[in-house]
Design a protein around this ligand. Structure first.
Ligand code: GUN
Length: 299
């Protein structure tokens, strides 16, 4: 059986072309979508994500402001910055790159973002809307996974999706999105995690396996069913002296081991990562257009 490689970078390119049309229409109406990205500290992985977000804005003609603050920035200063961006008419989306330094309360920061500018979909108002199936900003990685599945011909409807990992950024929301009674969803969902007993016996029942636990190469071929679809959300930076950057990216799936057994699999890099970024662009455009129902799977 030949395995399909689900190339997130190619699907993201398609969505980018769709967004170009929406952005041109907004600009004609005198609206330039604007995104502010805040980075506190110097975490190298976060620095590279923030750079990629700025680059994506530039390529699409989205106004972008990248605001970098030192690691010892006070919580109060960060909250003041969010207040000013909430008021800024040029800014339609605000993203605070996570994780934040330990002295800053992440939940307090997320709560301060105006839910109508919360393009990350992390504010409890948007999390609640997602759970009850109301239109709201959907978090970028989970929404990107749904788009990838549907656009690659792997509609989750009726399938058993096993999500490994229960983070607020990926595991919990991807389960909430795929279980909805909606087009592009309607899946039977199981969430497994580090305390799950006999994990492999559960992952082997998955028609679609979403690996989002943050452990490099954790999912091996004995953990997947023949013909399953595997979505690898892992982006682990592994030290690699043979690379001139000194590191390489590894997913949560042992790609070479699993590849032959499954019907389709996402690579790392070039899989889920580019989807996250393009869904952020999409949320920013939706925010600027003021039409939150403008979400293809919202009905
Ligand atoms: N850190 C890891 N993923 C994300 C994300 O999607 N958004 C933000 N803000 N921080 C992250």
């Amino acid at each position: 059986m030949s395995t399909v490689i689900i190339r997130g970078n190619e699907i993201a390119e398609q969505i980018k072309e769709e967004l170009r049309i929406d952005i041109a229409q907004l600009i004609e109406k005198g609206i330039t979508p604007g995104l502010a990205v805040i980075l506190v500290g110097e975490d190298p992985a976060s620095q590279s994500y923030v750079r990629m977000k700025g680059k994506a804005c530039e390529e699409l003609g989205i106004f972008s402001q990248t605001i970098i603050r030192p690691a010892d920035t006070s919580e109060e200063d960060l909250l003041d910055l969010i207040d000013s961006l909430n008021m800024d008419q040029r800014i339609h989306g605000i993203l605070v790159q996570l994780p934040l330094p330990d002295h800053i309360d992440e939940n307090k920061v997320i709560l301060r973002i105006d839910p109508s500018k919360d393009v990350d979909g992390f504010h409890p108002i948007n999390v609640g809307k997602m759970l009850i199936g109301e239109p709201g900003f959907l978090p970028c990685t989970p929404h990107g996974i749904q788009e990838m599945l549907v656009r690659s011909g792997n509609d989750p409807e009726g399938k058993h999706v096993v999500v490994v990992g229960r983070s607020n950024i990926v595991g919990k929301p991807v389960a909430a999105i795929l279980v909805q009674k909606k087009k592009g969803a309607n899946a039977t969902v199981t969430i497994a995690h580090s305390r799950t007993r006999d994990l492999a016996s559960i992952t082997r029942t998955a028609d679609i396996l979403v690996a989002a636990m943050g452990s490099p190469k954790f999912i091996t071929s004995d953990m997947v069913k023949e013909g399953a679809v595997v979505i690898d959300v892992g982006s682990n930076r592994i030290a690699d002296p043979s690379s001139n950057r000194g590191y390489r990216w590894a997913g949560d799936v042992d790609f070479e081991d699993v590849k032959e057994k499954v019907s389709a699999i996402t690579p790392v890099p070039g899989g889920v990562g580019p989807m996250t970024i393009i869904m952020l662009m999409k949320n920013t455009v939706i925010s600027a257009s003021g039409t939150l129902t403008n979400n293809i799977y919202s009905n």
